[in-house]
Design a protein around this ligand. Structure first.
Ligand code: CA
Length: 639
């Protein structure tokens, strides 16, 4: 999608304002602030004392790298002051035990040791901001895919590890508490599957209770949180039940919520309400974020860079709506707060080589090369800069975006004086080869306040007329004065059953191969190319599996088999391919893992003989840590 800067927009804008004054298109909120530069729909019934938080754990490393932050009126200013002015009242900071190699070189990711947290705590206190301490209980990143024990605890038995964890927790709180105000503490980070190298709940709970003991001993007024992710998987009740079974002492059940991956807001609210009702725990959104641009600012690729199919435009206004709606979903669940993740992890510069030197020296990238020894499979292969600079609430140069003010306006709402077209999303269409070729006469324009209106679209007829065979096409168009695209798929009768994996019944697919206990090869509602589901795989061990489908009753002729794959970290020797076997004829097409949601297509043409029976399928052979998803298998008769 593209932003609008044209004369034609002025025409549409004028039309829209006229419509507005006649009452057919109203801003959703009453203006509360004539200087508002953002639309924020008021969140009804926001709980008292709601935590408007941000996690800016990397900020000191960024400042050391030369990054400067500015106020809303463009003056260089302490970022903590700017955050406080924008309605932020809480700062989250992650703690790694020892994020350094044997020679004392930082693993990067912001050098998030106790010292870093103490500096952040003191700077936060100066502006009345409380601290939410996020213990990863690891020497580097902890998430559902990795929960490595700190080096110093690696060989300990569970009892010994619990003693060490309790001591580390109390030492850390004492150090941070000297200059800061600790309001809440989190025991482990996204501990869905493990914590601190332990993957059995009986052991995880021993460690969590050791942490809880330390917190209660230090200050009984501090809230204790546990933190999980993937609300769309519906496992929160299981986690809460494990914690109850093992009598873990905590107050708050916290969730991550990233709109690209984690299902609907309605489901998020429902999952958190369930925990509240069944287990009497408070709820919290410990992490959320949304992109405001598809651009990358620091020459190191971003986690999310394609706005196609996403819930809001990748714009400042879309980002603001996402954050506002997460706050509303949290409020609906009676949650105590929402924390935005790393809204200040902006570029340290634009040139890759200069940036790389800074990431290595100051630890201001997500990982440095020095993390390789501790985390060889992930950081060791992919170290670099910020993968979230396009999801920040500051622009690439350190100026606050209007969306930062969502915190300030959430309670009462705000509206700008003017409304205007913010974005026109590209469209995706599937048509049968035999159908007449035509594209929509209008497309939906999204306004800055989130309302939508149809605007006329003009398409490139030469491109459309050239569409005469099965396949995927891109047709250029213009709407509202801006360039748009139609992604057009031309299809025919698809002989593959459940090739898009939307049906939960997977009996037509035969899976051979095995995974470790932590891995999976299965249909999942995770990162589909289309619809809701795809065939997903991941394992901490090397993978080698094949999935096939037998098809009978095919009319003799030439067929085309096509499928899509995305994924990453398969290693240099990864082999992923689709294949088709009809009698003695065997055809195969290889496909590469080119990154998250960067779907690649493989195509095979082959002949089906008189028997009308064929076997089609796909194979994955990849290194430990490899992951990906297959989707949209199609088998068309083309001759
Ligand atoms: Ca980047």
């Amino acid at each position: 999608m593209k932003k609008i800067f044209s004369l034609l927009m002025m025409v549409i804008l004028t039309t829209m304002i006229t419509a507005c004054s006649s009452g057919s298109l109203k801003p959703k909120t009453v203006p509360k602030d004539d200087n508002a530069n953002i639309y924020v729909e008021a969140v009804p019934n926001l709980p008292k004392g709601f935590m408007f938080g941000v996690d800016i754990s990397s900020v000191i490393a960024l400042e050391n790298s030369g990054v400067k932050f500015y106020s809303f009126d463009g003056k260089e200013q302490d970022i903590f002051k700017t955050l406080a002015e924008a309605g932020v009242n809480y700062i989250r900071v992650r703690i790694w035990n020892d994020p350094y190699d044997a020679e004392g070189r930082s693993y990067g990711g912001g050098n998030c040791d106790i010292k870093n947290a103490a500096v952040i705590a003191a700077r936060a206190k100066a502006y009345g901001l409380k601290l939410f301490v996020d213990f990863h209980y690891s020497d580097f990143w902890a998430d559902p895919a990795k929960q490595m024990s700190p080096k110093a605890w690696a060989d300990m038995e569970i009892e010994q590890k619990a003693i060490a964890l309790e001591q580390f927790t109390i030492d850390t709180l004492k150090e941070i508490g000297k200059g800061g105000v600790i309001g809440m503490v989190q025991l482990g980070n996204e501990t869905n599957n493990a914590m601190s190298g332990e993957n059995k709940w009986i052991n995880i709970s021993v460690l969590m209770n050791a942490g809880a003991r330390a917190v209660r001993k230090y200050d009984k007024n501090i809230k204790i949180a546990v933190h999980f992710t993937d609300p769309h998987q519906g496992r929160y009740v299981n986690f809460a039940q494990y914690l109850k079974n093992f009598e873990v002492d905590y107050d708050v059940f916290a969730s991550s919520y990233y709109p690209y991956w984690h299902g609907t807001l309605k489901n998020l609210t429902a999952q958190l309400l369930l925990i509240k009702e069944r287990y009497g725990k408070e709820a919290l959104i410990a992490e959320t974020a949304y992109a405001y641009t598809e651009e990358d600012g620091d020459a190191f690729g971003n986690t999310i860079s394609d706005s196609r199919g996403q819930a809001y435009p990748f714009s400042v206004y879309g980002q603001a709506r996402s954050l506002r709606n997460v706050i509303a979903a949290a409020s609906d669940a009676g949650a105590i707060g929402v924390f935005y993740w790393e809204p200040a992890w902006i570029p340290v510069g634009t040139d890759y080589n200069a940036n790389f030197a800074k990431w290595e020296q100051f630890g201001s990238g997500w990982a440095s090369s020095h993390a390789s020894e501790y985390d060889p499979k992930d950081a060791g292969m992919w170290y670099g800069g910020s993968a979230v600079d396009n999801q920040a609430l500051f622009d690439f140069n350190g100026y606050p975006l209007p969306s930062l003010n969502v915190f300030k306006y959430a309670k009462n709402g705000a509206a700008m004086r003017e409304n205007f077209i913010d974005a026109i999303p590209d469209i995706e269409l599937t048509q049968l080869l035999s159908a007449p070729r035509a594209l929509p006469e209008t497309v939906s324009a999204v306004y800055a306040d989130g309302s939508e209106q149809a605007v006329p679209a003009a398409w490139n007829h030469a491109q459309l007329d050239a569409v005469n065979a099965l396949g995927d096409y891109v047709i250029d168009g213009m709407a509202g004065g801006t360039a748009i695209k139609c992604y057009l798929s031309i299809e025919d009768k698809n002989y593959i059953v459940n090739g898009d994996f939307e049906d939960v019944n997977m009996r037509m697919w035969n899976v051979s191969g095995s995974v470790s206990v932590s891995g999976h090869i299965e249909r999942r509602t995770t990162d589909p190319r289309s619809g809701e589901a795809s065939f997903h795989f991941w394992d901490s061990e090397p993978l080698n599996f094949t999935v096939t489908q037998n098809i009978t009753g095919l009319p003799p002729g030439i067929y085309m088999l096509a499928a899509y794959l995305h994924g990453d970290k398969g290693g240099p020797d990864a082999e992923c391919f689709i294949f088709a076997q009809a009698g003695q004829v065997y055809e195969r097409a290889d496909i590469r893992l080119e990154g998250y949601k960067n779907f690649q297509q493989a195509i095979i043409h082959f002949e089906a003989g008189e028997s009308g029976s064929i076997t089609v399928g796909f194979t994955v052979k990849c290194a430990a840590g490899g992951w990906g998803g297959w989707d949209d298998f199609k088998l068309f008769k083309v001759g």
